[in-house]
Design a protein around this ligand. Structure first.
Ligand code: LLP
Length: 437
């Protein structure tokens, strides 16, 4: 996948870089991002949605955002979906074109909304009535007119992990269609003087493989639009179907090509719009995982190998739930190999343990590998999305560095945290004087 290959030393190579050398040079744990693969994923979306259907592709920043990533997204011509003041600030600092920024979130603060108005973001995706009224007031105070989309809950349940289902009715996100709330809020938005309602949004979940979930969402959204048009005369010029395309983590996953996703969703929208006598809205999508996920690999160094005869062999690595909380949070599964012995056949079933003080900090249960020994480099694949962005300092472990690799060059895009970073925000009150640092 991507630029991954096994070189003639039997080492895993990514972006023309020997990963064993990367581990030596930059230390472990280390996030490695394959630039060419990341860009290729952007281009696949460009081709499938923008070039073919004149749609728009918004990269979901929550999966992985840094200043360098912003530059790549800007260069590839994608737009950006941000969900917090922090992500917005990152985009601004990277000089990302603000008119291509879409601001999401189910509980944006007044300060975050003010920042978005000040930066003049392209759209604000309003999640609820409280936000709608607050935004109208803030826009009035700032003397600006703001373009918004409304996030609806279409009641579509994509088959995915319970925690990441967001399209169903009983959800903290968006405005319910069925009970009349959405209709009421659309009418309200139309009447607000500082707001321009340009479109509707929905997001039906993440790590989705059934493309029918998207066409089903299109049916619900267009069906509702027809009612709105009848009752109000308003119709959306753009419709955003969120993100969610699934990726390969293990052989249980069967990713669908981006082209199929586009070729199912967009024509469905076109046909439905036509059948209801509506103008065809521009289709927007917000992929995150399917752009950044497969482009990331995490390198770890193997430490203790503990065999409990007849039961299990625990292979401990120098990272874990701090840099990848997904297995602990969602029982997510990953594949891995020994980067320094990538040409060897698996000979043993082992389990990969993290180094946090929690029994639940297990990265991979039961994986076949060439018998791992201390000092081996373990490469876990598909860690580009929701790994660094969800990382934490539990047990005061510093976050790893990230390197961007391409054509044999490796550049740090996130510096490794230091112990000083860990105590940077600690304060010692005067009355504890003796412990002054
Ligand atoms: N748009 C909206 C409104 C979203 O809520 C999400 C993800 C996306 C786009 C991007 O979805 P993607 O293409 O990445 O599936 N932390 C969980 C996933 C949470 C998904 C949150 N929303 C995980 O690690 O699996």
């Amino acid at each position: 996948q991507g630029t991954m290959r096994i070189n003639d030393r039997g080492h895993l190579e990514i972006g023309g870089c020997d990963t064993v050398e990367l581990a030596e040079r930059f230390g472990t744990p280390l996030y490695v991002l394959d630039e060419q693969y990341f860009r290729q994923n952007c281009r696949n979306y460009n081709r499938a949605f923008m070039e073919k259907y004149d749609g728009e592709v918004l990269y979901a920043a929550k999966t992985l955002l840094t200043l360098a990533i912003c530059r790549i997204i800007a260069e590839e011509g994608l737009s950006l979906d941000v969900v917090s003041g922090g992500e917005l600030y990152t985009a601004k600092k990277a000089r990302f074109p603000m008119e291509r920024v879409y601001f999401h979130g189910n509980n944006k603060s007044a300060d975050e909304l003010k920042l978005a108005l000040e930066y003049k973001v392209g759209r604000i995706i309003v999640d609820n009535q409280y936000e709608l009224l607050m935004l109208n007031k803030l826009a009035g105070e700032a003397g600006v007119h703001v373009k918004i989309m409304l996030r609806l809950t279409p009641g579509v349940e994509a088959h995915t992990h319970e925690y990441i289902k967001t399209g169903q009715i009983d959800s903290k996100f968006g405005i319910v269609i069925e009970n009349g709330q959405a209709m009421e809020i659309i009418k309200q938005a139309m009447a607000l003087e500082n707001i321009q309602l340009t479109g509707l949004h929905c997001h039906i979940g993440s790590q989705i493989f059934e493309m029918e979930s998207y066409t089903h969402a299109a049916e619900v959204m267009l069906g509702f639009t027809a009612l709105v048009y009848q009752e109000t005369g308003w119709q959306p010029e753009e419709m955003n179907f969120g993100g969610g395309l699934g990726i390969y983590y293990t052989s249980a996953d069967e990713p669908q090509p981006v082209s199929k996703y586009a070729d199912m969703l967009v024509p469905a929208v076109q046909t439905l719009a036509k059948s209801y006598g509506l103008i065809t809205p521009r289709v927007l999508v917000e992929p995150g995982r399917s752009i950044s996920g497969p482009a990331g690999t995490t390198l770890y160094t193997v430490g203790s190998v503990k065999e409990i005869p007849g039961i299990r062999t625990y292979v401990a690595v120098d990272g874990g739930m701090g840099d990848n909380p997904r297995p602990a949070l969602y029982q997510s599964r990953y594949e891995a190999l020994l980067a320094n012995r990538a040409d060897q056949q698996p000979e043993e079933t082992v389990s990969i343990a993290g180094k946090c003080c929690e029994s639940g900090d297990m990265l991979i249960w039961d994986i076949n590998l060439p018998a791992p020994a201390p000092g081996d480099i373990l490469a876990v694949s598909s860690t580009g999305a929701y790994n660094y962005s969800m990382s934490m300092n539990y047990n005061r472990l510093p976050r790893p560095a990230m390197v961007l690799v391409r054509d044999g060059a490796a550049d740090i895009i996130i510096a490794r945290e230091t112990y000083d970073d860990l105590i940077r925000n600690d304060m010692v009150p005067e009355r504890l004087g003796e412990s002054k640092v």
